[in-house]
Design a protein around this ligand. Structure first.
Ligand code: NAD
Ligand code: GLY
Length: 375
C-alpha cells in the first residue's frame, strides 16, 4: 500500500491558461493520473538529462504505467548549461518530430532548469505550440524556472536571448527528488528561495532565518513549506504581470549583478547561477544602503542569512577569479533588462520591500563594485 503524500497545490491564475503547481515529498510517484489527464491517456514525450534519467526517470515511468500509459522511449540530453544551445535544440526538435507528432502531443520536462527551458521552448515551437508539463528536479527549478512560462536557449550573443513565453499545463515539484541533488546545487537554489523573502515576504524571510538550515539539509516539512511559499510568491507575481511589464521585474533582484559575475566566470561551475544571485542580492542591498534608501541593518541581515547557510556573499568568496570592474559594468550594460540604454536595478527599502529604479548614479555602482572586489 502506498501512503498518501502531503501535497500542496498552488494555482497560477492566467485565465484559460491557468495551471496547478503540485508540491510534495514523493508527489511524482503518484502523479501518473494527473499527467494522463493532460495527455488524454496517451504517452507523453519525456525529455530529461543523463543524470536525471538515471535517478528519477524510472519513478515517472512507473507512475505512468500505473495510470495505464505505456511510456515511449525518453529523449535523453547531456546534462549541463551547454545543452541549452542551438545544436541541442535542433537535435531535440528532430527527435520530437521524428515521432510524427500531432497537435495533441504533450512533452514532459523532467530535470532542472536546463531541461525545463529547452523543453518548454521545444513545446512552444513544435507545430506552433503544443502542451508541456514541468517536472522540476532541482531546487532552483522547483522554486523558479518551472513556474511562469519563460522558456528558451542561449546564443553566442548571450544567455536566454532566444525563447518564448509558453506556460506549462502542470508543474509537479517532488521535493524528494532533491535528496539526490548535490549540496552545492541545493544551496544555489536556496538563494532563489531567499529572494522571495527579500522581495516582498518579510515574514517568510524571518521564517527562513529560523528554518533555512532545515530546508538545506532536506527536512521534508521545511522543504515543502519553502518550495510552496516560493511558488506561491512567484505565481502571484506572474499572475499579475506575465510579460514582465511591471512587478515581474522584481524577480530579477540580484540578477543584474549576478549575471555580470556569471559572465565573467564563463557561466560554468566556477560560479553557479544561484551563487551569482546570492552575491548579486547582497550587492543590491549594499547599493540601496549606499544610496540612502535602505537601513544598513537590513542589508546586514540579508548578507548574514545567505552566508549562514554557506552561500558566497561577495565576489571574493569565489576562488581563483581576478575580477575586472570595467568588464562587470560593460556586462551589466548588455543585460536583457537594459531599456533605452539604462540599466534597471532592483533595489530595496528594507527586507521584503524591493522596487525597481532606472536612474541609479553610475558612480555609486562603480564605487560599490571597486570596494566589493577588493575586500
Ligand atoms: P541544471 O538543469 O543544469 O541542473 C543542475 C545539475 O543538477 C545538472 O547536472 C543536472 O543533471 C543535475 N540534476 C538535476 N536534478 C537532479 C537531481 N534531482 N539529483 C541529482 N542531480 C540532478 O540547472 P538548474 O540550476 O536547475 O537550472 C539552471 C537553468 O535554469 C539555467 O539555464 C537558467 O538560465 C535557467 N533558469 C530559467 C528560469 C526561467 O524562468 N525559465 C529561471 C531561472 C533559471
Ligand atoms: N526568473 C525570473 C522570471 O521568471 O521572471
Amino acid at each position: 500500500m502506498t501512503t498518501a503524500t502531503v501535497t500542496d497545490t498552488v494555482r497560477l491564475d492566467l485565465g484559460a491558461r491557468s495551471y496547478d503547481i503540485l508540491v510534495g515529498d514523493g508527489v511524482l510517484a503518484q502523479a501518473g493520473a494527473k499527467i494522463a489527464a493532460i495527455t488524454k491517456g496517451k504517452a507523453p514525450i519525456v525529455v530529461t538529462d543523463e543524470n536525471v534519467a538515471r535517478l528519477h526517470l524510472p519513478t515517472l515511468e512507473r507512475t505512468l504505467r500505473e495510470a495505464g500509459i505505456e511510456p515511449t522511449q525518453a529523449i535523453i540530453l547531456p546534462a549541463g548549461e551547454k545543452t541549452k544551445d542551438f545544436a541541442h535544440f535542433e537535435r531535440l526538435m528532430d527527435a520530437i518530430l521524428e515521432r510524427g507528432i500531432e497537435r495533441s502531443a504533450v512533452l514532459v520536462a523532467l530535470g532542472g532548469g536546463v531541461i525545463g527551458d529547452i523543453t518548454g521552448f521545444a513545446a512552444a515551437s513544435a507545430l506552433r505550440g503544443i502542451d508541456f508539463v514541468q517536472v522540476p528536479t532541482t531546487l532552483l527549478s522547483q522554486v523558479d524556472s518551472s513556474v511562469g512560462g519563460k522558456t528558451g536557449i542561449n546564443s553566442r550573443h548571450g544567455k536566454n536571448l532566444i525563447g518564448a513565453f509558453h506556460q506549462p499545463r502542470l508543474v509537479i515539484a517532488d521535493t524528494a527528488t532533491l535528496d539526490t541533488l548535490p549540496k552545492r546545487e541545493v544551496l544555489a537554489g536556496y538563494a532563489e528561495v531567499v529572494k522571495y523573502g527579500l522581495i516582498r515576504l518579510p515574514n517568510f524571510f524571518a521564517w527562513l532565518e529560523q528554518n533555512g538550515a532545515r530546508v538545506v539539509e532536506g527536512d521534508s516539512d521545511a522543504r515543502r513549506y519553502a518550495v510552496t511559499m516560493s511558488c506561491r510568491a512567484k505565481a502571484d507575481i506572474v499572475g499579475a504581470d506575465e510579460r514582465e511589464s511591471g512587478d515581474r521585474a522584481l524577480l530579477n533582484l540580484g540578477h543584474t549583478f549576478g549575471h555580470a559575475l556569471e559572465a565573467a566566470t564563463g557561466f560554468g561551475q566556477k560560479l553557479l547561477h544561484g551563487e551569482g544571485v546570492a552575491i548579486g542580492m547582497v550587492l543590491a542591498f549594499d547599493l540601496s544602503v549606499r544610496l540612502g534608501l535602505c537601513p544598513a541593518e537590513d542589508a546586514a541581515k540579508a548578507r548574514a542569512h545567505l552566508a549562514s547557510v554557506g552561500l558566497p556573499v561577495k565576489p571574493t568568496d569565489v576562488p581563483g577569479v581576478a575580477w575586472d570592474v570595467d568588464e562587470l559594468i560593460a556586462s551589466m550594460a548588455k543585460d536583457k533588462k537594459v531599456k533605452d540604454g539604462r540599466i534597471t536595478f532592483v533595489l530595496a527599502r528594507g527586507i521584503g520591500q524591493a522596487f525597481t529604479m532606472r536612474d541609479v548614479d553610475p558612480a555609486a555602482v562603480r564605487d560599490l563594485l571597486e570596494e566589493a572586489v577588493a575586500t
